[in-house]
Design a protein. Structure first.
Length: 211
């Protein structure tokens, strides 16, 4: 099947206004971080964000090794559509969670990614490895590692993307999706001009097939 263009997720959203503007800028998904991070939001804040969003955008919650019960409660309370797991969650954890999942893997070599295919999840997210941070580092990894990898599941590319490199990443890897947090911020705050630029740069390579 010919490549039909890339889905775009903007992560680390912390307020309803930015969420709404991001949706109206054409993002396919927005992410809210529940793990320890300078971007962390409370379930109450995330619920307000989800309620501010228009209907046709995917609401993603980011978790790191959270208890399944806590994840399910937050998903139900906030109205999240998908969970993105950035910790050491096992395939059994993902299966028993019973939710639509994205499993993030910290890419160190091709083997890491091939192991990820064992997860019973909806997509694999390739992120940059960091010894201390679970994600949100703003640093890229060596994309050439991905060139020969064929995953069974849709691939979402993350890690240090920004308007200046996302076009090259999409042209090189033709991923199902791209995901960004740091690369659309100025002084730690989301910037709607950068968000708009990221979305258009990601899509100018292959356009954007509606639906
Ligand atoms: O954004 C965060 O603070 C964060 C914290 C813990 C786990 C994941 C986090 N974000 C995800 O990390 C990647 C890469 O982010 P960046 O663009 O390099 O800043 C992305 O998938 C975010 O969803």
């Amino acid at each position: 099947m010919p490549y039909k263009g890339v889905k775009v997720k903007i992560c680390g959203i912390r307020d309803p206004r930015t969420a709404y503007d991001t949706a109206m800028a054409g993002a396919d998904a927005v992410g809210m971080v529940f793990a320890p991070s300078r971007r962390q939001v409370t379930p109450e804040q995330a619920r307000e964000i989800c309620q501010a969003l228009p209907p046709l955008i995917t609401r993603v919650g980011i978790f790191v090794d959270a208890a399944p019960k806590e994840v399910r409660e937050i998903v139900n309370y906030c109205g999240l559509d998908v969970v993105q797991l950035h910790g050491q969650e096992s395939p059994e954890y993902c299966r028993e969670l019973g939710l639509r999942c994205i499993k993030a893997v910290a890419v160190r070599d091709g083997r890491t990614l091939e192991q990820a295919d064992a997860f019973p999840v909806s997509a694999i997210l390739a992120d940059t490895y960091h010894p201390k941070e679970a994600g949100g580092t703003g640093k890229t990894f060596d994309w050439s590692i991905m060139e020969d990898i064929r995953l069974k599941r849709p691939l979402i590319l993350a890690g240090g993307l920004h308007p200046g490199n996302v076009g090259r990443a999409v042209a090189l890897l033709k991923p199902y999706g791209v995901d960004v947090s740091s690369g659309v911020e100025i002084n730690g705050q989301k910037d709607i001009t950068l968000i708009q630029a990221f979305i258009s740069r990601a899509r100018e390579v292959y356009g954007y097939a509606a639906g």
